[in-house]
Design a protein around this ligand. Structure first.
Ligand SMILES: *[C@@H]1O[C@H](CO)[C@@H](O)[C@H](O)[C@H]1NC(C)=O
Ligand SMILES: *[C@@H]1O[C@H](CO)[C@@H](O)[C@H](O)[C@H]1NC(C)=O
Ligand SMILES: *[C@@H]1O[C@H](CO)[C@@H](O)[C@H](O)[C@H]1NC(C)=O
Ligand SMILES: *[C@@H]1O[C@H](CO)[C@@H](O)[C@H](O)[C@H]1NC(C)=O
Ligand SMILES: *[C@@H]1O[C@H](CO)[C@@H](O)[C@H](O)[C@H]1NC(C)=O
Length: 395
């Protein structure tokens, strides 16, 4: 009997602890801060007030709640850290929309052009199955050729240990998601959608970041599905379905003579459906730095144009500089190309590309015709390649 009491007592204490912890984990609903969620009223101030309380909460975890069944219109906003909780959740169940025409946007001139910005937050965890709609169409029309005048939809800067999961992102004026100066991110189950003719609507752009995983996502956009830019390393892209769009791109690197680096990139189990490129590495003439240790593995091509392409902008003159491209491998790349010219490895005359490995390549045209490869100044190995890659040594 005594034993039973002790046991019950322990259980009571344990359950109280569990409940206390549960009760105490605070959550802040934007509705309680005056957000209307009617798709028209500017809800930015309500979001920022709710954010302040979420970020300042004296608890290990806190949650900002954006409820289901409502549409919140936001002007450009900055959610800033550092925050007190070590985990800050944003449970986005509803829809967030941008102003519906370019004149209605209150975009401060001084700051970078982005709509929803997160800065300097560790342990940010965004989930909930909701949607972020950048209302990009009026921007694409008004600034069709002027990328710098159009804002990014979602911008993360200095956000370590970021989790972004299960949201739908549509119609950004420019790129949908930008990851900048972040270390340690898990991005998964996203669906990114914009018309294939919409300009510069990249899915995810990653720069100056490390230890980023993007997986099990679908990206149908007008530009790169993922672009990996300067200062990024240890980036894994796994199970991403791309298309329409421009494929997965390393670079462009070295524009205007810049010294830029990218290394340790791992792309696996990705599909390119009617993309204008597949697995691409692109550098500019006269740049410096390197793109190296890059692997593309288990890639499925469905009518991709330029499925395998290294474009180290060919310089017909002797060059002093080029972004060095080395240690790049393509394993098990199969499927169809929309053109016969399936593999392009075009490297600089002086610097060249080294240790390029192709293994288990089989690319045909849609009608089953033979494809071909072209290369300039490339050193490496090819094992079991259809088409035959003339400049590589064969095993
Ligand atoms: C755009 O938004 C404004 C105010 O937010 C609203 O009055 C107007 O009806 C909207 N226009 C369209 C075409 O949805
Ligand atoms: C990223 O975080 C890991 C683990 O905290 C740390 O070891 C590493 O130095 C960090 N890298 C950068 C580039 O900050
Ligand atoms: C491969 O990627 C697809 C998405 O394109 C995903 O559904 C599937 O689970 C992935 N398979 C493996 C083995 O990772
Ligand atoms: C590939 O893209 C085409 C054209 O956009 C589309 O009709 C088709 O459904 C896509 N295939 C898959 C498997 O999603
Ligand atoms: C290459 O792919 C084609 C089309 O799918 C197929 O018919 C052929 O058998 C494959 N060749 C090899 C060596 O796997």
């Amino acid at each position: 009997m005594k034993f039973l009491f002790v046991l019950l007592g322990m259980f009571a204490i344990a359950s109280t602890c569990v409940r206390m912890e549960f009760d105490a984990a605070p959550s802040f609903n934007v509705i309680d801060y005056g957000a209307k969620g009617n798709g028209q009223t500017d809800d930015s101030q309500a979001f920022l007030k709710a954010w302040k309380d979420t970020c300042d909460a004296s608890h290990g975890t806190s949650t900002l709640v954006i409820p289901k069944g409502k549409t919140f219109m936001l002007q450009p906003v900055l959610f800033r850290g550092p925050c007190k909780p070590s985990i800050v959740n944003i449970k986005l169940k509803g829809t967030i929309v941008a102003p519906n025409n370019t004149k209605a946007w209150k975009l401060p001139k001084s700051t970078r052009k982005a709509w929803i910005r997160f800065r300097h937050i560790t342990g940010l965890n965004i989930h909930g199955g909701g949607q972020i709609d950048g209302q990009g169409a009026p921007w694409w029309n008004r600034y069709a050729d002027s990328e710098i005048n159009r804002p990014t939809a979602l911008h993360f800067r200095e956000c370590n240990n970021l989790i972004l999961k299960g949201l739908t992102h549509i119609n950004s004026p420019k790129n949908h998601i930008s990851i900048n100066n972040c270390n340690g991110s898990l991005i998964s189950k996203l669906h990114i959608i914009a018309p294939d003719e919409s300009p510069n609507t990249d899915g995810i752009d990653i720069s100056r970041s490390s230890n980023i995983v993007v997986k099990n996502s679908k990206m149908e956009t007008g530009d790169d599905c993922i672009a990996i830019n300067h200062g990024s390393n240890f980036i894994s892209i796994i199970g991403v379905f791309c298309g329409p769009g421009h494929g997965i791109s390393i670079g462009s690197l070295g524009k205007n003579g810049a010294h830029q680096t990218v290394e340790e990139i791992y792309v696996r189990n990705c599909t390119f459906n009617r993309t204008t490129n597949g697995a691409r590495i692109k550098t500019w003439i006269g740049g410096q730095g390197y793109a190296r240790k890059i692997t593309f593995k288990d890639i499925i091509l469905m009518e991709a144009t330029n499925p395998v392409i290294i474009d180290q902008q060919y310089n017909p003159y002797d060059s002093v500089h080029a972004v060095r491209v080395s240690d790049v491998s393509y394993h098990n790349v199969k499927g169809t190309s929309s053109s016969k010219h399936a593999i392009k490895l075009h490297c600089d005359k002086t610097i060249g590309c080294t240790n390029i490995v192709l293994n288990g390549i089989n690319i045909t045209t849609i009608t089953g015709e033979k494809t071909y490869a072209s290369c300039k100044n490339v050193k490496g190995v090819c094992a079991s390649c259809i088409p035959h890659v003339p400049c590589l040594s064969h095993e």
